[in-house]
Design a protein around this ligand. Structure first.
Ligand code: FAD
Ligand code: NAD
Length: 479
């Protein structure tokens, strides 16, 4: 007989494990199915985020940033160093230890909350039934009142650059290099391309990033994207816009890359190549023909704003559904679905999802950018404050970038906050809170900020919306 649960979650990435833990906390009999296995055959929880995404990439970004500061900036601060070197295998062992601690932490949380972990691959069938195939190929049937699909996403591959796992890799491969490539190509100047390109550039790789579009970071405010391009190019990243990769050949431990740009066809040899052209929903062998669950033209599982599919009792959350592919967006959706199953009225505010790019300087934003407001015909005012005049930024030798606040022209309510600068990932949290509470720029202007902090730039940018900033000459910009 099929094993019966209140809730079955498919996938133990951030969206799935949040859904599973909250379901169990709310007294629902919950199982979570996960197919990810370690080299020694053990089930691994945490999904892309913990294993090959947010955590390992930020570990390498933080390490490479410290290395880069030691090599390039310490002298300016009066800190004298002996020769600095990076031990890449040691860095990778530390990264793997952090990943293991966190993935085992999820397993411990499952145990503590009574979530049953089921190892294997899930296929959703009609009638609220899930077919589970374990690592040995054994099949069993499970049923549940609610099924939450949280199967995440996988990298997009392109025919021109077939991965070989050694010289041509995706982001997972680039998080496991055992030495610094001398000359590295990256296809795609999106978030992964800029973050991982930065890591290896900081360790001394000559990094060329080839981007099909004529801009980087199309989701960002254009003023911020332009500043990011200027800052990153200044660090030595060779970002070539408007390029189209047409093919690759591997020979003599080199990747020969063919591409075209405005001036015609070109080729260039590299030691390694990272393909980072986006991610797509993970739906392979997930939906039986009779499941009734539909996908959109991009392959994403179709759900409404509550993450409910048209099939009663089937929900989907995280990267496998529409919206930005961000861990925290999936976590919020997982919690919402679990709480609604338990009878609560939780919602996700899709207008307040922060985005962060962990380059240096970091880029972060929440809400709408200037392009989007212009397109929507909404009138707004802007307040800007550069870190170059912040006392704390000077003390920290982190003067690049600015805070840009966009407020509604009629109500003064915050519509968007855009930051490029050191610790933008942390600064943006206060903008998210302010927008969640419906703050106006004046509200933030009337709030006291500790001195000296980088957060004062957020304060002053809000004051600047109405021409009241103290440390810059105010020119009011109303659009
Ligand atoms: P996933 O984390 O992809 O998890 C899905 C899980 O489902 C996987 O464990 C998979 O094995 C399992 N699964 C799939 N199919 C089945 C099946 N049929 N049966 C059983 N199990 C199945 N986001 C951020 O917010 N911040 C960052 O800094 C950040 N950095 C990133 C860096 C990199 C290099 C990458 C690649 C991504 C990064 N992301 C970041 C994106 C983030 O990792 C994803 O948005 C997030 O992991 C999505 O969570 P999820 O739970 O929806 O899916
Ligand atoms: P992306 O969508 O951010 O960027 C892909 C880039 O590749 C785009 O600029 C696109 O124009 C370009 N591109 C596509 N095809 C190309 C081609 N054939 N030749 C040249 N350029 C091409 O995708 P990504 O960087 O792979 O990241 C995937 C997702 O993972 C992101 O959208 C994001 O949601 C998530 N992620 C988030 C973070 C973070 O939050 N800090 C970090 C890494 C990844």
């Amino acid at each position: 007989m099929a094993q019966q649960f209140d809730v079955i979650v498919i996938g133990a990435g951030p969206a799935g494990y949040h859904a599973a833990i909250r379901s169990a906390q709310l007294g629902l009999k919950t199982a979570c199915i996960e197919k990810w296995r370690s080299k020694d055959g053990k089930t691994v929880l945490g999904g892309t985020c913990l294993n090959v995404g947010c955590i390992p990439s930020k570990t390498l970004l933080d390490t490479s940033h410290k290395y880069s500061e030691a090599v390039h900036d310490f002298d300016d601060l009066g800190i004298k160093t002996e020769a600095i070197a990076i031990d890449v295998p040691a860095m990778m062992v530390r990264k793997d230890n952090i990943v293991n601690r966190l993935t085992q932490g999820v397993a411990a949380l499952f145990k503590a909350n009574g979530v049953e972990t089921l190892a294997g691959s899930a296929l959703v069938r009609a009638g609220s039934t899930v077919e589970l195939t374990d690592g040995e190929g054994n099949q069993s049937l499970l049923t549940a009142d609610h099924i939450i699909i949280a199967t995440g996403s996988v990298p997009v591959e392109i025919a021109a650059c077939p991965l070989d796992g050694a010289l041509i890799v995706d982001s997972s491969g680039a998080l496991a290099f055992q030495s610094v490539p001398k000359k590295l190509a990256v296809i795609g100047a999106g978030i992964i391309g800029l973050e991982l390109g930065s890591v290896w550039n900081r360790f001394g790789s000559e990094v060329v990033i080839l981007e099909a579009l004529d801009e980087i970071l199309p989701g960002a405010d254009q003023q911020v994207a332009k500043e990011a391009l200027k800052q990153l190019s200044g660090q030595g990243l060779d970002i070539r816009l408007g390029t189209r990769v047409t093919g690759t050949e591997v020979s003599d431990d080199q990747v020969n890359l063919h591409y075209s740009d405005a001036e015609g066809d070109r080729q260039e040899s590299f030691d390694q190549l990272i393909v980072a052209v986006g991610r797509k929903p993970c739906v392979d062998h997930l939906l039986a023909a009779d499941s009734g669950v539909a996908q959109d033209e991009g392959g994403f599982i179709q759900v409404d704003e509550l993450c409910d599919s048209p099939v009663a009792g089937i929900h989907a959350v995280g990267d496998v559904v529409r919206g930005p592919m961000l861990a925290h967006k999936g976590m919020a959706e997982g919690i919402m679905v679990a709480e609604r199953i338990a009878g609560q009225q939780t919602l996700v505010n899709y207008d307040c999802i922060p985005a962060v790019i962990y380059t240096h300087p970091e880029v972060a934003w929440v809400g709408r950018n200037e392009q989007q407001l212009k397109e929507a015909g909404i009138e707004y005012s802007i307040g800007m404050f550069p870190f170059s005049v912040s006392g704390r930024a000077m003390a920290a030798n982190q003067t690049a970038g600015f805070v840009k606040v966009i407020a509604a022209a009629d109500t003064d309510r915050l519509l968007g906050v855009h930051v490029i600068g050191a610790q933008a990932s942390e600064l943006i949290a206060q903008a998210v809170s302010a927008m969640e509470f419906g703050a106006s720029a004046e509200d933030i202007g009337l709030t006291m900020f500790a001195h000296p902090t980088l957060s004062e730039a957020f304060h002053e940018a809000n004051l600047a919306v109405d021409g009241q900033a103290i440390h810059i000459s105010n020119r009011r910009r109303r659009k």
